[in-house]
Write a protein that binds this ligand. Structure first.
Ligand code: CDP
Length: 237
């Protein structure tokens, strides 16, 4: 570790690779077919799964497979500056990329002409909402009994000046020093080296990607432990 690294302080006071406290709970929406809550510090995501059920209108059905439909919603009161209710470009983009992140582990070929709806509600936001949403959705799909090869774990990396940091909060995401703000959300199949999502907002040198993948792998191991514990709690009830 360089002298410079030792002196760097995250706005949150956390160590460079220290994650926020995580919590997960399965079965939080009794009327849904599956549901879960996942938190990174002050970011709270709830996911509820409905289906598989017949897709309407009929012309949207696919006779060769079921369809995954994600709707991510950052609620108006979840952020300090009230957000106008309803969908916008950001929520549409996050809904789509959440579908891409989750689909590789789903085995829904045996549900032709159906849709599996995943509603993700961010009830409190302090950055990392898409990654918390993916973690919650992965648990909710498992809870709904949708055939899955594995769970999906997701976390965002970023930079504090030139140093990589994990699981940024809003102050850290907005940090303007050094090379500027960088947000690097990732999702991967648990216990594997397969990534299902890599996004980049900001700048990163290509030779540092390996470093990012290593840090993401370590973070995802911790996320997976939290997810497994939450699923076990509901199975043992
Ligand atoms: O939440 P995530 O980091 O996945 O996505 P983002 O688009 O980079 O948003 C970062 C953070 O900005 C959110 O988590 C919220 O804390 C905040 N935000 C906000 O205050 N108002 C909005 N309309 C959208 C985001």
């Amino acid at each position: 570790m360089t002298k410079e690294t030792k002196e760097l302080k995250r706005p949150s006071g956390r160590g460079l690779t220290e994650m926020r406290q995580m919590k997960a709970k399965v079965g939080v929406v009794p009327n849904a077919d599956g549901s879960a809550m996942f938190t990174f510090g002050n970011t709270i995501a709830i996911a509820a799964v409905y289906g598989p059920r017949q897709l309407h209108p009929q012309h949207m059905q696919d006779p060769s497979t079921g369809i995954l439909r994600v709707n991510y919603d950052l609620l108006s009161f979840s952020v300090s500056e009230r957000k106008k209710p309803g969908p916008n470009r950001r929520s549409q983009e996050i809904s789509k990329m959440t579908e891409f992140a989750l689909l590789p582990v789903l085995d829904i070929k045996d549900f032709p002409n159906t849709v599996i709806d995943v509603q993700i509600y961010i009830i409190q936001a302090d950055a990392g909402t898409r990654t918390a949403g993916i973690n919650a959705a992965s648990l909710a799909l498992a809870h709904a009994g949708i055939p899955m090869k594995n769970l999906i774990c997701s976390v965002a990396l970023g930079k504090l000046d030139k140093e990589l940091i994990i699981d940024l909060d809003k102050d850290e995401e907005d940090f303007e020093g050094g090379e500027g703000p960088t947000d690097f959300p990732l999702a991967k199949i648990a216990n594997s080296d397969q990534f299902t999502l890599i996004q980049l907002d900001g700048k990163i040198q290509p030779e540092r990607v390996k470093e990012i993948i290593d840090l993401a792998n370590k973070a995802c191991e911790k996320i997976y432990e939290v997810q497994k514990k939450a699923l076990k709690e509901v199975i043992e009830q």
